[in-house]
Write a protein that binds this ligand. Sequence first.
Ligand code: NAD
Ligand code: TYD
Length: 352
Amino acid sequence: MKNRKILITGGAGFIGSHTVRHFVTNYPGCKIVNLDKLTYAGNLENLTDIEGENNYSFIKGDINDKELLDQLFKNFRFDVIIHLAAESHVDRSISGPDEFVKTNILGTVSLLNTALRFWGKNFEGKLFYHISTDEVYGSLDNEGLFTESTPYDPRSPYSASKASSDHLVRAYRHTYGLPVVISNCSNNYGPNQFPEKLIPLAINNIKNNIPVPVYGKGENVRDWLFVTDHASAIDLICREGKPGETYNVGGGNEWRNIDLVKLLCRIMDKKLNRTPGESEKLISFVKDRAGHDLRYAIDFGKIKKELGWEPSVDFRKGLEITVDWYLNNNRWLDRVCSGEYRQYYNQQYSKR
Ligand code: NAD
Ligand code: TYD
């Protein structure tokens, strides 16, 4: 890709920061603008290694700020929008859905409107790429996989807000001809993930010798993908994805939560020189999440067949990299675990 002006929203978050790094590093001839509100989940420390690059700019701002969007589109004349900005944690959506509606639904509409206004009717070389989740498809029982034609059945305020934004993105293509593409990905893991999600939360708690909360009986199943594999899928879809299409992205890597947490405990026993079985004693079964989806699993056959993408990072290797990163980045972890995090953690887990 050459000479493209690319807006990435939510680029200071977990997946966003890996995506920004991927594009800044691989496409020196492109201009990458990262627009991020820096909510509790956004962290510029995720990007210190590339912040000085000539082809990169950071703008602090809200995707709901229409004047700012106008100004940015005027200044940078974007060709491509990769839209990741979102409220992303299911538990937070259960205790406070409003912010999810504001950012995930209204924020997406505000971006769509701005793109439509600035691109006019000449969509040549333009792309609005919306990053979504497999959670829009609902919950599976023990059989089957989500495909691109699985009917939407979102069941948490988070997944309902993402489903709503997906529908709006498709409606802008159908109604106005906007060139859009959507990908729906399974659970990501890796360095820089905020420790409210299962894997970094468990690593942090094991490290600090505090109970590791497992919801219900730990029987829920998720499909896990290493975050840089998601970034490479985003790159490929951006270059070769067909406007109007949807691509499911997944790891082909299903784990019951309890098995995953036990594996993490074993890895950390070794890394921390603990006696085998010591970390596992920290596992604490707590009250289940309201409306907890039983199983997510992705069929990524379409992107594999049409674009040649598949996951490249072996799960055990990916977990080792992730654990090492959290053990070696105490400053990052201590900083994000102060203030608002403590308050969130106490509220979320004290009643369980
Ligand atoms: P994250 O919570 O780590 O990061 C979200 C980023 O968006 C943060 O930097 C935050 O500051 C920014 N943001 C929030 N509200 C904003 C607003 N109003 N304006 C501008 N910026 C705002 O999330 P993530 O896990 O990196 O997820 C990124 C995207 O990928 C989301 O759209 C999410 O739905 C999707 N997704 C995530 C996963 C996963 O496993 N984490 C899986 C599939 C899809
Ligand atoms: P999470 O990382 O929040 O991702 P999602 O809900 O979007 O899949 O949770 C992954 C799984 O782990 C999910 O089944 C809920 C469970 N879970 C726990 O058992 N304990 C926890 O403390 C958290 C945060 C999640």
